[in-house]
Design a binder for this molecule. Sequence first.
Ligand SMILES: Nc1ncnc2c1ncn2[C@@H]1O[C@H](COP(=O)(O)OP(=O)(O)OP(=O)(O)O)[C@@H](O)[C@H]1O
Ligand SMILES: [Mg+2]
Length: 334
Amino acid sequence: MAELLKVNNLKTQFNTDNGIVKAVDDVSYYLDEREIVSIVGESGCGKSVSQLSIVQLINLPGKIVGGEVIFEGHNLLKYTAHGAEMRSIRGAKIAMIFQEPMTSLNPVLTINQQLTEMLGLHLGMGGEDARKRVIELLGLVGIPAAEKRIHDYPHQFSGGMRQRVMIAMALSCNPRILIADEPTTALDVTTQAQLLELMKNMVDKFQASLVIVTHNLGVVARYAQRIYIMYAGRVVESGTTKDIFRKPRHPYTIGLLRSIPRLDEKEGIKLIPINGMPPNLINMPPTCAFLPRCPYRIEKCSKETWPPLTNLHDQHYVRCYVNTEEKIGEPATR
Ligand SMILES: Nc1ncnc2c1ncn2[C@@H]1O[C@H](COP(=O)(O)OP(=O)(O)OP(=O)(O)O)[C@@H](O)[C@H]1O
Ligand SMILES: [Mg+2]
């Protein structure tokens, strides 16, 4: 498959009164055409900032201080955030769906007005053509009686339905990439599953690629082809979904997997939470950020800086000094 997006050594920081928050610290990843990739990690690890940086939606005190975002042969970071080039890409070629649709939908405009505006802005579509397209899009994402509902306001839809509207809006300009940032966290489990299924079907239909951002590794197992695990602003492990689930190698990934219920495990297996708190991203020590919580840590970990991402095989990379493969099943402290 051809590569669609390549992010190299991305660094985004927030200059706060308390110090510099290294929200995204040297993150690299890629996305192929028609691929579904997931970015997973706990709250505050830099998932959203890494995605918002791609489309330059970082506001002060935030700043992208390094790296490249290569899309269709151009480094998007060379464009100014609000210039014509970025505006023709953001929302059109690279579309985003956010966690809480009420923050992205305008409460005083009907769904028809909002979708028509998008179609006019990016595709120059108007009048009857636009109205038909809006109805078609809402039908595609499973809004019943779309021709009537287009005149409703966002608050007249349920949470799940609003997310469907967001998906329709994101797809309205035939994007190459859809970035879904925790789109289902606020919803019940059944609706979550339906929406993920819908997004998968829609990116198939639109021949787009999908990035699913989530803190829940369990959610993406069925959908993502590859997974990037983030911790404290960095990628600590990446690989195919099979690598991550069958042969996790970073202690944090191992911890994440032990803390979610698995259908493929014997009954009676206890879920084990990861002890301790996520680190504060201000003034981090140079050593591995997971060290204070790591049950597998060895002496070297507290003496050396964070290890580089090392290739294990094919697509599988890990940022850890410990040979966890030997240690799985006998963690030092649990
Ligand atoms: N405007 C801001 N000012 C200061 N720090 C910020 C700002 N926005 C984000 N950060 C910090 O950047 C880090 C990464 O934030 P980000 O929103 O990417 O986390 P996340 O992984 O998406 O978390 P969540 O799962 O809660 O959405 C966090 O430590 C956060 O406190
Ligand atoms: Mg987030």
